[in-house]
Design a protein around this ligand. Structure first.
Ligand SMILES: N[C@@H](CCC(=O)N[C@@H](CS)C(=O)NCC(=O)O)C(=O)O
Length: 258
């Protein structure tokens, strides 16, 4: 057990800039975000709330431990992120991001473009992030044998490269920071785990990727929701040893969608 962590190896609270943001969001609000500071899926929903300046109350949950009845009533899957809003509940990170866009139309910036074709493009590439990039990242982290690690890293490079080629710049769709960027950036922030343990480098994907990744991680809403690197590293320890027992790790081992 790491000093300062609870018995599930997860540091109990957000740190760094994220801790300040959590502090600013303790007052009761109509919208309650059930969050884990460490979770990349939570990060998507949290960034969207910060981008839009939607009032919310942040509640820290360790979903591996605190499967309390109230939390399970909100999300029967027992996963973060989840929200409570005016007596109703909702979960699944990408669904939440779209919900914030739909339910708070006066809160800008919009994360979906107005043009129908561009909107469809955003959904198409968000799907690429969810079904190709995120699983390839996790498989590379969890792989134990060098050959297997190499294979998954190659696949990770391939699916990143495909996306990078379509980046219009400065963000995926151009000037507008959209759901594609939000869906992806939590794994950009965490890619040091692959760099330090699996031989990944942004340069190997290409200059365009490197610049885009830098721009994403420098976005204010991303910086404001970021915890200290050492605590992310601690969280990924169990994945790097292939010891994680959460729903995501089990889904990856079983080849199921996450
Ligand atoms: N598909 C879900 C994934 C959420 C998820 O896997 N959250 C993890 C934390 S990063 C969790 O709550 N795990 C608890 C468990 O596996 O029991 C989403 O996009 O929101």
């Amino acid at each position: 057990m790491v000093a300062g962590s609870d018995d599930h190896g997860i540091y109990p609270v957000a740190t760094g800039r994220a801790a300040e943001t959590v502090q600013e969001h303790q007052h009761p609000q109509d919208l309650v975000l059930y969050a884990g500071w460490f979770c990349p899926f939570v990060h998507r929903a949290w960034i969207t709330l910060e981008e839009k300046g939607i009032p919310y109350q942040y509640k820290e949950v360790n979903p591996y431990k605190d499967k309390e009845k109230h939390f399970l009533d909100i999300n029967p899957k027992g996963l973060v992120p989840a929200i409570e809003y005016k007596g109703k509940s909702l979960y699944e990170s990408l669904i939440l991001c779209e919900f914030f866009e739909d339910a708070f139309p006066e809160h800008k910036p919009h994360i979906l473009p107005e043009d129908s074709f561009d909107r469809a493009q955003v959904r198409l590439w968000t799907d690429h992030v969810a079904k190709q990039i995120v699983p390839a990242f996790i498989r590379t982290v969890m792989a134990q044998e060098p050959k297997e690690q190499e294979h998954h890293l190659e696949e990770f490079y391939r699916v990143l490269g495909t996306l990078a080629e379509s980046v219009r710049g400065p963000y995926f769709l151009g000037e507008q920071f959209t759901l594609v960027d939000i869906a992806l950036v939590p794994w950009v922030v965490r890619d040091f785990v692959l760099a330090e343990n699996r031989g990944y480098s942004r340069e190997a994907v290409g200059q365009k990727w490197k610049e885009y990744a830098k721009r994403l991680e420098s976005r204010e809403s991303v910086v404001r929701t970021q915890s200290d690197k050492k605590h992310y590293a601690e969280f990924y320890g169990q994945y790097l040893r292939n010891e994680a027992q959460g729903a995501m790790a089990k889904a990856i081992r079983a080849g199921r969608p996450i």
